[in-house]
Write a protein that binds this ligand. Structure first.
Ligand code: DOR
Length: 445
C-alpha cells in the first residue's frame, strides 16, 4: 500500500472549521501536522510551525477518498496515467483513490497490482489503492489470482465496466474474498439487457431513436448479488447506483443486516436522461443517466444513509473517441476535479445534507468500505487533509484540468465549493493561488 513520502516540516492549519466525522468533530480549531502525521487538533496550538496557513472561513477535513476511479495505466496512457490521475485527484481535494482494473491488460494478477503501486509511488502525489479484477482478463469465467493480489496490496475486487454474468463465478469470488475480508465491488448491469444499448431505456430513448436498456438491468443484478452476499456473508458494494428500485433493494437488505454498501456518482444526482437530447456523447455513461424519479430515489438514498459513499467513476476518454456519434462513443465522464463542487450542488445547496454528512460520505465511509487506515484527522494518522472553501464560486473549464482527458459534462457550469489546499502525508500536493502556499517539490508531475 502506497503512501506519499513526507518531509519533516510542520504545518499549522489555523482557525478553520474542522470537520472530522469519524470523531464527531465540527468546531473551529487548528490542525497541527508533524513528520507527515496529524500531531494534534485543538484550539490555540502553537504558531511555531514551519508553515502556518490561515484557514478562517474554510473547512478543514480529512483528505477526500474516491473509491472509484479509472487511471487507464497500463495501456491507455493517452487518456490518463497514474501520475496525471493522481494530480487531478489532488486538485480535487483527494488524497486517496481506488483504481479500477479495466486497464489493458487488466489488473488481474500480482505483478499488475505491484506495477500500479510502483507508478503511484513515482507520481508521489496521492495514495493509490488498486482494485483487482474478479476474473482473469475480466472475462467472467475463471477467478483471478485473488489471494496473490491481496498480498500485493489489492484492497477490493471488481470487474467494473461489466457485471460478473455468472452467478456461480461470483458466488466463488465472494466465498474467496470473504476469507480475506475484502470487498466485492460490482458494476450492476445485466449483460444481455444492456447489450447494444446507448442510454436508459424508455420514452426518451424511443423519442431519440437510440437503443436503450431498461433500469431493471441494474435492479436484477443488485437483487441477485445481494442474495449471494447474504448467503456467503461477503462484504458487497454496489458501484455507481443509479435507480430508485435498486436503492430500495439495498435499503431493505441493510435492514436485514446484509453487509452491503453503495455509492452514487455526481452525474446520477444532477443529470437525467434528457441530457441525451443533444446527442452529445459527453452524456453517455454506464450505467446511463436515468429518469427524474430515479434521481430522486438516489437522493433519498443518500439522505437516509442507504447510500454510504460519494464516488466519481472518473472515466477519462480520448477526445477523438468522445467525438464519435453517440452510439459509437465509449461511456464515461471525468469527475475528480469537479467532484466537490458537483456534490455540493446536488446535496449542500438544496440543504439535503450538511457539510459533515457529505464529508463523511467522501472520507471515513469509503475508507471503511475498502478497509484503509485513512479518512480521519485522529492524532497519529497520516496527515491527509483537505482545506475547502465552501463559498468559492468558480466556472468549470476542463481545459485547465490536470487530468489528461477533457470528457467533462459540466463544462461552463458555475459551481460553489472547491478544494483550495490538499495535503497528502504531510506534503502540499495542491494549492490554489490565493492560498499563498507552494506545492511541494517533486510531487504531481
Ligand atoms: O461509464 C463508464 N465508463 N462506466 C464504467 O463502468 C466504466 C467506465 C470506463 O472505464 O470508461
Amino acid at each position: 500500500m502506497k503512501s506519499t513520502q513526507h518531509d519533516g516540516r510542520t504545518i499549522l492549519l489555523k482557525g478553520g472549521r474542522v470537520i472530522d466525522p469519524a470523531n464527531n468533530i465540527d468546531k473551529t480549531a487548528d490542525v497541527l501536522i508533524e513528520g507527515g502525521r496529524i500531531k494534534a487538533v485543538g484550539s490555540g496550538l502553537a504558531d511555531r510551525a514551519d508553515l502556518v496557513i490561515d484557514c478562517r472561513d474554510k473547512i478543514v477535513a480529512p483528505g477526500l477518498i474516491d473509491m472509484h476511479v479509472h487511471l487507464r495505466e497500463p495501456g491507455m496512457e493517452e487518456e490518463e496515467t497514474i501520475a496525471t490521475g493522481s494530480a487531478a485527484a489532488a486538485a480535487g481535494g483527494f488524497t486517496s483513490v481506488a483504481c479500477m482494473p479495466n486497464t489493458t491488460p487488466p489488473l488481474d494478477n500480482e505483478a499488475a497490482v505491484e506495477f500500479v503501486l510502483r507508478q503511484a509511488s513515482r507520481a508521489n502525489c496521492c495514495n493509490v489503492w488498486p482494485i483487482g479484477a474478479i476474473t482473469k482478463g475480466r472475462l467472467g469465467t475463471e477467478l483471478a489470482e485473488i489471494g496473490q493480489m491481496v498480498r500485493a496490496g489489492a484492497i477490493g475486487f471488481s470487474d467494473d465496466g461489466e457485471s460478473v454474468a455468472s452467478a456461480v463465478v461470483l458466488l466463488r469470488a465472494m466465498q474467496y474474498t470473504s476469507m480475506f475480508d475484502k470487498v466485492i465491488i460490482e458494476h450492476c448491469e445485466e449483460p444481455g439487457l444492456v447489450k447494444g444499448a446507448a442510454m436508459n431505456g424508455g420514452v426518451t430513448s424511443v423519442r431519440l431513436g437510440l437503443p436503450g436498456a431498461p433500469s431493471i438491468a441494474e435492479d436484477l443484478v443488485v437483487q441477485r448479488d445481494i442474495t449471494l452476499a447474504e448467503y456467503t456473508g461477503c462484504r458487497f458494494h454496489v458501484a455507481h447506483i443509479s435507480t430508485r428500485h435498486s436503492t430500495e433493494v439495498v435499503r431493505q437488505a441493510k435492514q436485514r443486516g446484509v453487509k452491503v454498501t453503495a455509492e452514487v456518482c455526481p452525474h446520477h444526482l444532477l443529470l437525467t436522461e434528457e441530457a441525451c437530447d443533444t446527442y452529445d456523447p459527453m452524456f453517455k455513461v454506464s450505467p446511463p443517466l436515468r429518469s427524474k424519479r430515479d434521481v430522486q430515489g438516489c437522493l433519498e438514498g443518500v439522505i437516509d444513509g442507504t447510500i454510504d459513499c460519494l464516488s466519481t467513476d472518473h472515466a477519462p476518454h480520448a477526445k477523438e473517441e468522445k467525438e464519435l456519434e453517440f452510439l459509437a462513443a465509449p461511456p464515461g465522464m471525468i469527475g475528480l476535479e469537479t467532484a466537490l463542487g458537483t456534490f455540493a450542488k446536488a446535496l449542500i445547496t438544496p440543504k439535503l445534507l450538511s457539510w459533515p454528512q457529505m464529508i463523511a460520505k467522501m472520507t471515513i465511509n469509503p475508507a471503511r468500505v475498502i478497509g484503509i487506515d485513512r479518512g480521519t484527522l485522529s492524532a497519529g494518522r497520516p496527515a491527509d487533509v483537505v482545506v475547502i472553501d465552501p463559498s468559492l464560486r468558480w466556472t468549470v473549464d476542463a481545459n485547465t484540468f490536470r487530468s489528461r482527458s477533457r470528457n467533462c459534462p459540466y463544462q461552463g457550469w458555475d459551481l460553489t465549493g472547491k478544494a483550495v489546499l490538499t495535503v497528502c502525508a504531510g506534503r502540499v500536493t495542491h494549492a490554489e493561488p490565493g492560498m499563498g502556499v507552494e506545492v511541494d517539490a517533486a510531487v504531481c508531475v
